[in-house]
Design a protein around this ligand. Structure first.
Ligand code: SF4
Length: 455
């Protein structure tokens, strides 16, 4: 008697579906995962990647649509035609009753480029709604806006992570990559790290072990820390004057803000010792191959754009971007965070990173789609209502309208010319980092002798 041979298990080369490192992996029909040689992970995976295949065969995984007739009845399996017919019918009814904007669309950085493109087109052409956005609004939009301010373009991480292999010093602002994307640490083995994080994370431990520094600011004060470091770099003679003269404009504006944040003053607000700021700035300045990288910890703040701008300013002042072996970048979080915001699911952008406020861009995309220009709504034609948050005399007062034509008196922010160094926060009249608000009058609460939060 012979035992029939088991059918061969085929496996496919793919990528981990989770984070932006997009580690290469093999997955077979049983959901078994193996690491695959790929530049970002070199065969390694983290726990999320190793277990990603288990979803494929999980008994609770949905394989058909489920519907119920009321909240009290159980879900029942239905055909795709029935489910899609129900959804389409309800959308039609809602829009007939309340108008096209009654339906909103929300995408995510986990979508592929193609799906993000189709989602934007579906919202604007099929549904005719102007209400579309994606989860990067909170996640990386601060980095995108800061990149646009400084460079005129948002490129996230504008170089392959393998470029970090030869780095001597890397500043990580708000990134705990040792826990969130461990294979990335394999690219940082030769670098001294400067880690900016209120928590003593494994990445911060690695910074100390590598001969670098862990800068531990009070939560919400990273902007002050970045300004203090720019101040330290300038006073200690680390500024690359030739680079600034040849490749940038507006350093005077950036310095006008940073000049107010000498390290000892910044220390009183952010809690990081002035000596550590100088050490970190000196480490970056003294290396020939160095990077400044920001991530969600720096970006996910009410004023995250200003914080990222301040880190970009430091990188520019030291002459990093655009030089072989050095640069500024943003560590992307989700699998397709960058592609997701380039292909039309972001509220202010059409596919190809075209601005929805640009009439030529709207006409171009409408032509590609073969629809009337009105299918791509002009935000200036119907400015959204302006609802400044002004709950009381001490509340942060700012205009939340995205309409360029908004004439609200709280809309005091001025646009930055592309290619220039943004003078962080100078457009907010009296921003007080110690109180973390924009008080109506100037505020100078700087008691001496307090290292932590000055109120
Ligand atoms: S580091 Fe990111 S891409 Fe790599 S295995 Fe982990 S979750 Fe997946």
């Amino acid at each position: 008697m012979t035992v029939p041979a088991a059918p061969p298990v085929t496996r496919v080369a793919t990528h981990c579906p989770y984070c932006a490192l997009q580690c290469g992996q093999w997955v077979d029909g049983r959901g078994d995962v193996d690491g695959r040689e790929f530049p970002t992970n070199r065969g390694g995976l983290c726990q999320k990647g190793w277990t990603s295949g288990s979803l494929l065969a999980h008994p609770e995984r949905l394989t058909t649509p489920l519907m119920r007739t009321s909240r009290s009845t159980p879900f029942e399996s239905v055909t795709w035609d029935a489910a899609l017919g129900q959804v389409a019918g309800r959308l039609r009814d809602l829009q007939a009753e309340h108008g096209p904007d009654a339906v909103a669309v929300f995408g995510a950085g986990g979508l592929t480029n193609e799906k993000a493109y189709l989602l934007g087109k579906f919202a604007r052409v099929a549904l005719g709604t102007s209400q579309i956005d994606y989860n990067g609004r909170f996640c990386m939009s601060s980095a995108a806006a800061a990149g646009n301010r400084a460079f005129g373009i948002d490129r996230g991480l504008p170089f392959p992570v393998t470029d970090l292999d030869d780095a001597e010093v890397v500043l990580l602002a708000g990134a705990n990559v040792a826990e969130t994307m461990p294979p990335l640490m394999g690219h940082l083995t030769g670098a001294r790290l400067v880690v900016v994080d209120p928590r003593r994370t494994p990445t911060a431990e690695r910074a100390v072990a590598s001969g670098g520094v862990h800068l531990q600011p009070v939560p919400g004060t990273d902007l002050v820390l970045a300004l203090g470091m720019l101040h330290a770099a300038a006073v200690d003679g680390h500024i690359d004057a030739d680079y600034l003269a040849e490749r940038t404009t507006g350093f005077e504006d950036a310095w006008r803000v940073a000049a107010q944040w000498w390290p000892e003053r910044a220390e009183r607000v952010c809690g990081v010792a002035a000596a550590d700021m100088r050490t970190a700035a000196g480490l970056l300045a003294g290396a020939s191959r160095r990077y400044v990288l920001t991530a969600r910890g720096a970006e996910q703040h009410a004023h995250g754009v200003d914080t990222v701008s301040a880190w970009i300013n430091l990188a520019l002042a030291l002459g990093l971007p655009g030089r072989p072996g050095s640069g500024f970048g943003t560590v992307t979080g989700q699998g397709n965070g960058q592609g997701g915001r380039e292909h039309g699911q972001k509220s202010d952008q059409l596919p190809g990173y075209r601005s929805i406020s640009d009439p030529a861009a709207r006409a171009h995309v409408a032509g590609v789609w073969g629809v009337e220009r009105t299918a791509c709504p002009d935000p200036a034609a119907a400015p959204p209502s302006c609802s400044p948050r002004s709950a009381g005399p001490t509340a942060r007062r700012r205009c939340s309208s995205s309409a360029p034509t908004c004439s609200c008196p709280l809309r005091t922010r001025t646009p930055w010319p592309s290619g220039s160094l943004p003078s962080t926060s100078s457009s907010w009249p009296t921003y007080c980092p110690a109180r973390r608000r924009w008080p109506p009058t100037s505020c100078s609460p700087w008691p001496s002798g307090r290292r932590r939060r000055a109120r």
